[in-house]
Design a binder for this molecule. Structure first.
Ligand code: HEC
Length: 267
C-alpha cells in the first residue's frame, strides 16, 4: 500500500512539474510571439512566416488554449498583411483569412469572456459578412466587438478591432458611437505618429456625419509641426472649408489600415 501511495505521490509531483513546465514554456512562446507582432507592425514582414511556424508548433501541443488560438489567428492575419505588401496574393490571403477566422471562432467558443477572442471573432465576422453580404453575420460581429470593449475597456486590442473594422463598415451598419469612443481612446493612448493618423480617421468620421467643426478640430491636430500626415491634413482642411470631404479620399485612408502598419508604427 505504502509503495502505491508513494508512487501516486511521485506521479502527482511529476505531473505538477510537467504542467508547470509546459505553462512556463507556453507563456514564453506567447511572449515571443508578441515580440514578433511588435516587430512585424514596424514593417518587418519577413518575420510573419517565422511567427507562424512557432505558433503552429504551440497549437499542436495546446489546440484548445484560447490564448494560443488568439496568437495563431493573429499570426494568420499578419501573414495576410505581409502578403498584401506587394499586391495581394489571393492564394496566400484566402487560406490565412479562413484559418485566422476559424481560430478566433474556436477561441471565443471556448472562452466566451475572453475580450481579445471576442474582438477578433467580431472583426472576422464583420469582414466575412461584408464579403458574403450577410447582414445577420455582420450584426453578430458588431455585437461581439461591442461586448469585447465592455469586458475590457482599457485594453487596446478590442478598441483597435472595433475602430479599424468599424470605420470600414457601411454607414448604417457601422457602430458609430463605439467607433468614435474607440478612436478618442486610442488617440489618448497613442504615440504622436499613431495620433497623426487616428485624428484623420476621427475627423473623417465627423466629416461624414456632418459634424464639420469637430472634423476641423481633429484635422488641425494632425496638422501639427512634425506631423507625418501634414499634407493629408491640409488637404482635408481645404476640403472641409469648402463644406465637404470626398468619400474617395476618406476610403483611401481607411483601406490602408490592414496593410500599411508602418504609417502608424514605424519610427
Ligand atoms: C491608424 C494607426 C494604426 C495602424 C495603421 C495600425 N496600428 Fe497597430 N496600433 C495602433 C495603436 C493606437 C495601438 C495601441 C497603442 C500601441 O500599442 O502603440 C496599436 C497596437 C498594436 C499592437 C499591440 C497590441 C497589444 O496587444 O497591445 C500590435 C501587435 C499592432 N498594433 C499591430 C499592427 C499591425 C500588424 C498593423 C498593420 C496590419 C497595425 N498595427 C496597423 C495603431 C495602428
Amino acid at each position: 500500500m505504502k509503495a502505491v501511495t508513494l508512487t501516486g505521490a511521485a506521479l502527482a509531483a511529476l505531473l505538477a512539474t510537467t504542467c508547470a513546465w509546459s505553462q512556463t514554456s507556453t507563456a514564453q512562446a506567447l511572449a515571443e510571439l508578441r515580440g514578433y507582432a511588435l516587430l512585424i507592425r514596424t514593417g518587418q514582414f519577413d518575420l510573419a512566416p517565422k511567427a507562424m511556424s512557432l505558433v503552429e508548433t504551440l497549437l499542436k501541443a495546446e489546440p484548445n488554449n484560447p490564448e494560443v488560438l488568439n496568437a495563431y489567428a493573429i499570426a494568420n492575419f499578419n501573414v495576410l498583411a505581409a502578403s498584401s505588401q506587394k499586391g495581394i496574393d489571393m492564394a496566400v490571403a484566402m487560406p490565412a483569412l479562413q484559418k485566422g477566422s476559424a481560430a478566433f471562432e474556436k477561441a471565443a467558443a471556448l472562452a466566451p469572456d475572453n475580450a481579445d477572442a471576442l474582438a477578433g471573432r467580431g472583426a472576422s465576422r464583420t469582414l466575412m459578412g461584408s464579403f458574403s453580404n450577410n447582414q445577420e453575420l455582420i450584426a453578430k460581429g458588431v455585437a461581439d466587438m461591442n461586448r469585447a470593449v465592455e469586458l475590457a475597456p482599457n485594453s487596446p486590442v478590442p478598441r483597435l478591432q472595433r475602430a479599424f473594422f468599424g470605420v470600414n463598415m457601411p454607414a448604417g451598419l457601422r457602430p458609430d458611437a463605439g467607433v468614435e469612443a474607440d478612436l478618442k481612446q486610442l488617440i489618448a493612448w497613442g504615440t504622436p505618429r499613431e495620433k497623426d493618423v487616428l485624428n484623420l480617421l476621427l475627423g473623417d468620421l465627423y466629416a461624414e456625419t456632418g459634424k464639420l467643426d469637430l472634423a476641423k478640430t481633429h484635422y488641425e491636430a494632425s496638422n501639427r509641426a512634425g506631423s507625418t500626415k501634414a499634407d493629408l491634413a491640409q488637404q482635408r482642411l481645404t476640403a472641409v472649408a469648402k463644406g465637404r470631404v470626398g468619400p474617395a479620399e476618406i476610403q483611401s485612408l481607411r483601406s490602408q489600415l490592414g496593410s500599411n502598419c508602418v504609417m502608424c508604427h514605424a519610427n
